[in-house]
Design a protein around this ligand. Structure first.
Ligand SMILES: Nc1ncnc2c1ncn2[C@@H]1O[C@H](COP(=O)(O)OP(=O)(O)O)[C@@H](O)[C@H]1O
Ligand SMILES: [Mg+2]
Length: 271
């Protein structure tokens, strides 16, 4: 189980993540929603320690992640593989090599320089690609694939890290609806079939509702809702944001497809 206790990350005066406590149970698929700037990316980065918390602790299966260093930190980062909106592949390299790069997270950069990937690792990478229907593209240059295919390569790369948690930061934000569906289905099947916990930042409530067991809504670094999707009705979401007098929150970010259009045109103000 992954546990966050009062985790805060400040950038100057700004509390990007503000006193967040939560527990993620093994095998959960959790959608994190919130408008741009709500703190979603910062939250994921705090978990895999791409950034350090200003205060608070992150614990995984009883181990204090916020204290890890050296090899233990590298292995932790490998066990919570990240998938990004922009895929983060080396476009001029072939698909298989890109996937194998995921193994470097496991055995370290220096040892990767002094040894080749084993046959076993190659077989593992091919299996990961096959699961994502990309085995035929294994020797193609990554840059020649469609966005949706590239994101699936990125997911295969995450899989060969043998993660316990998959952190996906707006993985479908750059994709058209058909590719977005394939990518979300891939994440869901990895979650179901392998029992890997998935934390996925999403722009819209509807996507979170379709694929996730649990939805967390963030605003200004804080968790404003945490529960099963059925509880997060449009009405409830509206309440959460209206309670703060922030009508402006009901706009494109959380809500592009999640809210009905208001009857009257709304005056947008900067909060
Ligand atoms: N490295 C940074 N330096 C300064 N401010 C940052 C940095 N990273 C994020 N922020 C700020 O923290 C807030 C939360 O950002 P982020 O976690 O990226 O939100 P989201 O992913 O929900 O859009 C935003 O106001 C953003 O501008
Ligand atoms: Mg973000």
């Amino acid at each position: 189980m992954l546990e966050l206790f009062s985790v805060t990350k400040t950038f100057g005066q700004l509390r990007a993540v503000d006193d967040v406590s939560l527990s993620i149970y093994p095998g959960q698929m959790v959608g994190i929603i919130g408008r741009s700037g709500a703190g979603k990316s910062t939250l994921l980065r705090l978990i895999n320690r791409l950034i350090e918390p200003s205060s608070g602790t992150v614990i995984f299966n009883g181990r204090e992640i916020t204290k890890l260093a050296g090899r233990d930190l590298r292995l932790w980062r490998a066990s919570c593989a990240m998938v990004f909106q922009q895929f983060n592949l080396v476009e001029r390299m072939d698909v298989l090599t890109n996937v194998l790069i995921g193994r470097i997270a496991r055995h370290g950069f220096l040892s990767s320089m002094t040894r080749h990937f084993t046959d076993e690792e190659r077989a593992m990478a091919i299996r990961a690609l096959d699961r994502l229907d990309l085995a035929p593209q294994a020797l193609q240059r990554s840059g020649t694939l469609s966005g949706g295919q590239q994101q699936r390569v990125a997911i295969a790369k995450a899989l060969v890290q043998e993660p316990q948690i998959l952190l996906a930061d707006e993985p479908i934000a750059s994709l058209d609806p058909a590719n977005a569906t394939r990518v979300m289905q891939a994440l869901r099947s990895i979650n179901r079939d392998d029992g890997i916990s998935v934390l996925v930042n999403l722009h819209t409530l509807d996507t979170a509702r379709t694929y996730c067991d649990r939805v967390i809504a963030m605003r200004e670094g804080r968790i404003r809702f945490d529960g099963v999707p059925a509880e997060l009705t449009r009405e409830r979401l509206r309440e959460i944001y209206l309670a703060d007098g922030l009508q402006d929150e009901i706009d494109e970010a959380v809500t592009s497809t999640a809210f009905e259009r208001p009857e009257k045109p709304r005056i947008h103000q900067t909060v």
